[in-house]
Write a protein that binds this ligand. Structure first.
Ligand code: 26Y
Length: 815
């Protein structure tokens, strides 16, 4: 019994009902007749968990025995989405569970809706991590996902008087049936204090770090099931605990608040996810979070996962740590510290090992998004790590000097340590120096990374740089989110596509089959109706279910250019209300936005306000009734994405060329049969190449054209002056028409567009409107449109995260 196979409940309706009732009675301590929806949800989740347990334990045993190389994915974010549906799908229990719940008089949809999604990420980077662990489990690749169990995830967005208001995301408050705390695997993490170097009897220098405070890292394990393959990998998320609940002496002296202060400090570390994505703030707590989870993870693997007698010179044969952006880069000096200070390795040998154990993925092109930690802060929080970074830098700069004698400018440019405006550590440089490979996340991004962000490094080590284009999991984003399309695909080409997305190619001939196109349109229409019902119930929005559904969902950022979309809407509205275009000539469209703004990003919040203000007026104006409507459902998250994306006709991917590293929403839309209107940016480039020019609405400046315009000097007000339609559109906005006459309320956005426009919205306005006119013309021919949509699906198999994982395995991990 101790080591034998775990008994799994019978995968039958009877077996499921019995297990479910057992969980309700013995797990929740209630009777079916007395139980709440939450009781039932928790019992159902625990029932599904039971069907995964034998495979989870078996996978763990097998991994320990075979000692294969493991991928240690280090990510500060995992945007997982709801677990119940995914795990029912993975175990092939969807139908059984539904019938079993019916037998208990329960509607399973109600229980699914009870789950609060774990929002442990901001956007693309966090969702990518979730897709990657899904794919690795499906491909039976050993992987441990390491991260942070934030007590509060990304804030819940609400609107009050059209403005974003953030509400804490207390996702754990009703209990979390998907996690397994392991207090016996807790780890101690140190901070602060000082270092001392002494010389051993044998003449070797030894450094000791005497920290001045410590916290406990407690791991919570999550199951990561492969798709119906008996594999369940592990996600290990760390939670911070105080080493002592409180100081008894201070407590006894009567100062209760002071007595628990240390506990509060410690537990703050995993309290909340930082909601900024791309403008790093040099916040001490954020650095604490980064070191905390990385120190726990390295310790966990080296001291608790590897056999006790493991020879660390072979470490790279057992692990590759993939750094998801710079957030976990402090792992590099941490591994050096472990090897040199704790395990007694000589520096050079430790460095050789370290270089083989890390690879680094960059997710940005915005210079302001590259993390830099001040030496003052780093030295105060992690004095030994700062020393190690200095030494890494010294030896690296020696190498630069050898390769380029006399070029001190180059040395200064490449130094891991910046000197201005203050002495600081450039984390991307540290990652690049230490990593075996550095990759960007789409072809264009990887090229710009080499040429623009890290040009000196790519000249020094050209072989170090590579590309792996992002991908998305077809399990969640097609099979789970779009059951209707999935059934049609499976009827037509079999179900192999779920784990081999290239098989979608077999759909191509059906694009020319009128009967198939009819079925495909019926799927899209049904998905739209599902969405309009949801938005009616969820947000009180009344939307026409037949209009073209034009969707822009992603974080709110100037570079992503939600304002360009807004100008398009206002210009269509302006055309009608000014009498230039009869309403009957306007293609009926519903514009949907979904976007959270970082709470401190003022302009982004003004843009949200303006979208809501325009929506209020457009939706209420009889002049455009039945033609134009705008929906901005609050709190866009993975759960809402799963409803929105399958319903979309048009996918808006309109960032300024050279700014969006990849995008992954763009891939999800194409796979669900939306056509893209997009710039030549990120993975749009590859989407267009694959689906074909005729099935993609390209517009706007290219990256070199953006560069050129920047060099020439860009004056947005001149563009405004020269284009009457743009002038009319902006004037209407500026007039206060959408804000009850309040011109002040629109000024932040309008003034920024006219006088700054850092992301060249006005410069691309004309091209965007022309492309949208092409969209209207194409949409007028439903047969041609659905043919294009089907070809988008058929030709997007490349964007499976399974393919991304194969590329990482081949080019980077060699696992
Ligand atoms: C430093 C901190 C403030 C920070 C936190 C989160 C910085 C960045 C982020 C998140 C970045 C992010 O989500 N980047 C996106 O990664 C996707 C996956 O590679 C890309 O598709 C997308 O273009 C990129 O913006």
């Amino acid at each position: 019994l101790a080591s034998g196979p775990v008994v799994q409940p019978a995968p039958t309706v009877d077996g499921f009902v019995e297990t479910f009732l057992g969980e309700l009675n013995y797990g929740q301590g209630t009777l079916l007749s007395q139980s709440t929806v939450n009781d039932q949800y928790l019992a159902l989740a625990r029932t599904v968990r039971r069907y995964l347990m034998a495979d989870w334990l078996e996978t763990g045993t097998r991994r320990r025995q075979t000692q294969q190389k493991t991928v240690g994915y280090l990510s500060a974010e995992y945007l997982l989405g709801r677990q119940l549906g995914n795990n029912l799908l993975a175990t092939n229990l969807q139908d059984i569970a539904q019938v079993a719940m019916e037998r208990c008089g329960i509607d399973i949809a109600t229980l699914r809706a009870q789950e609060v999604e774990p929002g442990l990420g901001n956007g693309g980077l966090g969702r990518l991590a979730a897709c990657f662990v899904d794919s690795l489990a499906t491909m039976d690749v050993p992987c441990i996902g390491y991260g942070i169990r934030y007590e509060y995830g990304i804030f819940r967005q609400t609107f009050e008087a059209d403005r974003q208001v953030e509400v804490p995301d207390s996702w754990l408050s009703l209990g979390n049936p998907w996690e397994f705390p392991h207090p016996e695997r807790q780890v101690l993490v140190s901070f602060g204090g000082s270092t001392e170097t002494t010389t051993d009897a044998d003449g070797r220098e030894r450094c000791t770090w005497t920290p001045d405070w410590q916290v406990i890292g407690m791991p919570y394990h999550y199951m990561v099931p492969g798709h119906r393959n008996g594999v369940v990998n592990t996600l290990r998320l760390w939670s911070a605990r105080a080493t002592q609940a409180f100081d008894l002496q201070i407590f006894n002296s009567g100062d209760y608040a002071q007595a628990v202060r240390a506990q509060t400090t410690a537990e703050n570390i995993s309290k909340v996810l930082y909601p900024e994505d791309s403008t790093p703030q040099g916040k001490e707590l954020r650095l604490q979070q980064q070191y905390f989870f990385v120190a726990c993870s390295l310790h966990d693997f080296i001291d608790n996962t590897l056999p006790a007698d493991f020879d660390l010179r072979r470490l790279h044969q057992r692990i590759i740590f993939q750094l998801n952006d710079t957030h976990p880069v402090i792992a590099i000096p941490e591994l050096m510290r472990i090897l040199v200070d704790r395990k007694g390795f000589a520096w050079d040998e430790a460095w050789e090992i370290t270089q083989k154990c890390f690879a680094y993925t960059c997710h940005t092109l915005l210079p302001e998004a590259l993390e830099v930690w001040s030496a003052e802060l780093l030295g105060r929080l992690l004095p030994r790590h700062l020393e190690i970074i200095y030494r890494i830098n010294e030896e690296f700069l020696e190498e630069v000097r050898e390769a380029h004698p006399g070029d001190e400018m180059l040395v200064r440019r490449m130094s891991i340590i910046a000197e201005h405006p203050e002495r600081a550590v450039r984390m991307a440089y540290l990652a690049t120096v230490a990593a075996s490979k550095v990759n960007g996340v789409a072809e264009l991004h990887s090229q710009l990374l080499r040429d623009k962000v890290l040009p000196d490094f790519s000249r020094l080590w050209p072989e170090k740089f590579t590309n792996v284009t992002n991908g998305v999991t077809p399990r969640r984003f097609v099979r789970l989110a779009n059951r209707r399309l999935s059934d049609l695909l499976t009827e037509t080409i079999g179900d192999g596509w779920v784990t081999d997305l290239d098989r979608l190619r077999e759909l191509e001939p059906y694009a020319d089959d009128a009967g198939f196109r009819e079925q495909f349109r019926a799927v899209k229409q049904a998905n739209k109706e599902r969405l309009t019902t949801l938005l009616r119930v969820r947000d009180g929005l009344e939307l026409p279910p037949e209009a073209m559904l034009d969707v822009m969902v992603k974080r709110l950022h100037e570079y992503k250019r939600q304002t360009l979309k807004l100008l398009h809407i206002v210009s269509l509205y302006d055309d009608v209300v000014s009498g230039r275009v009869p309403a009957e000539q306007v293609t009926p469209r519903t514009f949907v936005f979904g976007a959270k703004a970082a709470p401190g990003y003022h302009l982004a919040k003004e843009i949200i306000f303006l979208i809501n203000a325009v929506a209020d007026v457009v939706n209420a104006d009889p002049a455009v009734a039945g033609r134009l409507s705008v929906a901005f459902p609050a709190n866009y998250n993975v759960t809402l994405a799963e409803k929105l994306i399958p319903a979309a006709d048009l996918s808006e991917q309109i960032s300024l060329a050279g700014k969006e590293a990849s995008g992954t929403g763009n891939m999800k839309f194409a796979l669900n049969g939306a056509l893209t209107i997009g710039t030549d940016d990120g993975a749009n480039v590859e989407i267009r190449r694959l689906v074909g020019d005729e099935h993609f609405f390209l517009f706007g400046m290219t990256e070199p054209e953006v560069e050129e315009l920047t060099a020439r000097g860009y004056t947005p007000s001149a563009v405004y002056e020269s284009d009457p339609q743009l002038r009319s559109t902006i004037d209407l906005l500026a007039s206060g028409h959408f804000t009850g006459g309040d011109r002040q309320a629109v000024a932040p956005v309008v003034d920024n567009l006219l006088h700054q426009d850092s992301f060249m919205v006005l410069a691309d306005f004309r091209a965007y409107l022309d492309a949208q006119a092409r969209v209207d013309a194409a949409y007028a021919d439903p047969d041609a449109w659905s043919r294009s949509a089907i070809l988008n699906v058929a030709r997007s198999g490349y964007f499976s995260s399974d393919r991304s994982m194969r590329d990482y395995l081949e080019r980077i991990w060699h696992a």
